[in-house]
Design a protein around this ligand. Sequence first.
Ligand code: SIN
Ligand code: FE
Length: 293
Amino acid sequence: MTNLKDQIVEIAVDQWQVDTPQDDWITAIEAGKILYFPHLPFPLDAAKAANLFTPAVLDPKSRNISLGTDGKLKGAAGDAATQEALTAMVGDFRERAVKLVHGLFPKYAPGLRLAPTSYRPMQVATRVQSWRADDRRMHVDAFPSRPNRGERILRVFINVNPDAESRVWRVGEPFEDIARRFLPRAKPYSAWQAGLLNTLGVTKSLRSEYDHLMLQLHDGMKSDADYQQNGPQLVQPFPSGAVWVCYSDQTPHAVMSGQYMMEQTFHLPTSYLYRPESCPLAILTALAQRALI
Ligand code: SIN
Ligand code: FE
């Protein structure tokens, strides 16, 4: 039996520029664990002065505020000064997240592809959503419209809550256990249906069998009330100021409460991994005993 406490690896560094990466950390994150940094500094004075800690900065039509790789801010409400302050805060976090990931995992550098950086100012506990979109249910990340054919989803999170409210996650069992539990219930892949979804523009490219199975795991977990309540899980609060990093396509997670978080996603082809044999594509391929992409 895995001790779920081992899924969280606390790292005491107090600078975003890590000069001495450790093999243990690399092995841990590529095994689906969370690297948790309680002591990385992030200045909030300018953001507080500009009143960025209110849901009113979010355009009611958007789910998140995001800063594109082109430097354009999306999803924000408020005047020009507010938008400028948001751009500065989110951009500052992006720079630090990039520095952190480059220092921790030097071999990834040439393969990393930056996604937009997001700021999430809504309270999680009271948000109303469909079961499939509800991230309070334990899941691994998989995106219905954006097939990734096994490419990794590496995410850096920071809790910037100004009132010392933690962001409370639940963290689940290792990916292979999830795969063994939910694969037998997965609907079979239909190449014909994948082709149709692509033609209709529902997906941005052809959904591979890997992408199909990842969505089946995501939906299988979220729709199983008994698993949500009684499945292996650990409650993990991330205090205000905390930074944490994980492969969210591999680490089962759920967010129970919290407000004011930023998140940076990186995509990474599996060929850049230190231990490609431990990634979801390798695990699912071994279990299915056939090529999935
Ligand atoms: C998620 O990826 O499920 C969201 C995590 C969070 O909002 O803290
Ligand atoms: Fe998620």
